[in-house]
Design a protein around this ligand. Structure first.
Ligand SMILES: Nc1ncnc2c1ncn2[C@@H]1O[C@H](COP(=O)(O)OP(=O)(O)OP(=O)(O)O)[C@@H](O)[C@H]1O
Length: 280
């Protein structure tokens, strides 16, 4: 008899990670994201979001006993049901070849899930007559999302892959993801800088800075703090994120302290005018 799987929670315990060059990637991360949660991973460029997602996805090896998904150690027992959609997936050359949408969707097993396949084609407004070498970037991305999501995952790790979608397509896509967490047991962690249409979407937030989790919790737990944001006309979520990013920048300080705008010169880069002309 197959063993009953626990609901898809994500637990990170005392996770530290160094890159192969010895530099610190992540330091002392602790998180506990419940099943059916929709978590936004928030942080400035370089905060460590992709590094964390890749570890959760098993793309990088995490130290033992630091990650549990659905209450199992995925490195010891496998990562069944975890889908990671990030940059390397986006750059897969197959989606630039002269191939039709139905053939592409069938090639990744879409015919085994006809209802999901047809729903995704509708939600993402995909024209089944498209050939992938002759579509726009956003149209290609929509087909890729359908490919990535057609198999019913239990944990979805999204590393900002909706940048090419128009506003309506992205809103429909986000609504689809929300519906997924509401109609079946599945959990989403989404790293993004684009907060359009996201007010009211996440159930949890994780705030990362300089390879650490600064704070995490349910949306309700941040309500008060969000009200003290800078008030720039954004949603409360937008104001909260602006506040966090400004605090992180103030804490970190400038990347090239003491150079007062001469960083290019002191690093040996003589300014834009000094760039070598590319041979034509
Ligand atoms: N292979 C690597 N070796 C050494 N350092 C790395 C490596 N990959 C990433 N880093 C560094 O780790 C830090 C975190 O990178 P990461 O890609 O996780 O950030 P991020 O929060 O996803 O940023 P962004 O929002 O720009 O995508 C960065 O300072 C980056 O330079």
């Amino acid at each position: 008899m197959p063993t009953q799987r626990a609901p898809p929670s994500l637990a990170v315990t005392d996770l530290s990670f160094k890159f192969p060059d010895g530099s610190a990637g992540l330091t002392d991360l602790n998180l506990n994201l419940p099943p059916s949660s929709r978590t936004l991973l928030i942080g400035a460029n370089g905060a460590g979001k992709t590094t964390l997602l890749r570890l959760l996805a098993g793309k990088r090896m995490a130290p033992r006993n630091t990650i549990r998904i659905a209450n199992v150690d995925p490195f010891a027992e496998g990562l069944e049901g975890v889908t990671y959609l990030g940059l390397e997936w986006v750059l897969n050359p197959i989606v630039r070849s002269d191939i039709s949408v139905p053939v592409l969707l069938a090639s990744i097993g879409g015919d085994a899930y006809p209802e999901r396949r047809d729903e995704l084609v509708k939600v993402l407004d995909i024209d089944l007559r498209w050939r992938l070498h002759a579509v726009s970037d956003g149209e290609r991305r929509r087909v890729q999302l359908a490919m990535g999501l057609v198999r019913p995952w239990t944990v979805l790790l999204l590393d900002e892959i909706t940048v090419d979608l128009d506003l309506l397509s992205r809103a429909n896509f986000l609504a689809f993801l929300r519906k997924e967490t509401e109609r079946r047991e599945c959990t989403i962690v989404y790293a993004t800088h684009i907060l359009d249409n996201l007010a009211g979407w996440p159930s949890h937030l994780v705030h990362m800075s300089q390879g650490r989790v600064k704070q995490w919790g349910s949306m309700e737990s941040f309500e008060k703090e969000a009200e003290s944001g800078p008030n720039t006309g954004n949603s409360l979520l937008g104001e909260l994120v602006l506040k966090w990013l400004q605090e992180d920048l103030d804490e970190r300080g400038p990347r090239n302290p003491g150079t007062e705008g001469t960083a290019y010169l002191s690093s040996g880069f003589g300014g834009y005018g000094s760039e070598k002309k590319v041979e034509e």
